[in-house]
Design a protein around this ligand. Sequence first.
Ligand code: GLU
Length: 345
Amino acid sequence: MQTQGRNMTVRGRLAPSPTGMAHLGNAWAFLLAWLFVRSQNGELVLRMEDLDLERSSPVYMQMLMSDIRWLGLDWDEGPTPERELASWHQSNRFHLYEDALQTLRDKGLAYPCFCSRKDLRMLASAPHLGDAGIVYPGTCRNLTPAEVAERTQKGLPASWRFRGQGRVFAFDDLVMGPQRQSIEESGGDFNMKRADGIFSYQLAVSVDDGLMGITQVIRGRDILPSTVRQLAILDALGMPAPEYGHIPLLLDTDGERLAKRQASLSLEALRTRNVSPWRVTGLLARAAGLIDRKEAVHPGDLVQNFSPDRLTRTDYTLTQADMLWLEGKNNGTEDTGTEDNRRLS
Ligand code: GLU
């Protein structure tokens, strides 16, 4: 499956969704994706994942780019705060997703689905995972052309699903190790375009990774179950698959995933409170297992010794002591919170 030539330049990406202010969790993902690429002398693309037009905003895009720079990170291709490059925004790439969907339709790998969320909930026999939070049971998979025509004539809205039944993909995750995933286990035939015309994350991200020549995807382990869907789309479109590395999550002091609504942990708020970006990097690097004690550090100083093997495989829960240290309030002392996290791993 993973057939990247060893001499190929590594091409990674930062792919934030500009739907809110970036927080420490985003900084963690940016830092690690950046380190993977820079430690291999690779190239980094910045792509704005603004598929959700209602929640995305150019203001957040600008803030994200400023945040990434503030952290001491950089990218080689994509928009910059000084130069808007619309072709790196998913909202300007809908025609590419439509072309890909057409190709999949022509190959018989995309089919219209007329089920409403309510229909699916009522049919649900297994919990969780699919687009509507449930496993898709394949209701519309084998409709005849006459049945499709009849529903279309009635004006029933259709989404477009990937015909993935029976597909299994094995890959070596750069962080989590060997994986074997089936489309069924990941929620069944998945949505590529919603009935209201919105393209799904799965289609957009696969097409973009393929067309942008991305060879390495580093992202949160919460997206690991999506990888089989993206491998299936890339394979069906005849595009090479990147290598994937799914990193553990950074959790807030309550052990919850960081969310964009936690304004106090936004990078903007930290900056306003005069937190040093090198402390942010030092805290994240310590949490990731890349350095032995919390100390202010520039991302560039982590490149040489970076190795995926050193990276922690378990989520890291921020402690109150971490937060105090960020603000320079308990200088130099290693706190028990970090030790606790280490014991857990
Ligand atoms: N845009 C997604 C996010 O901000 C990342 C998706 C990906 O890396 O595939 O969480």
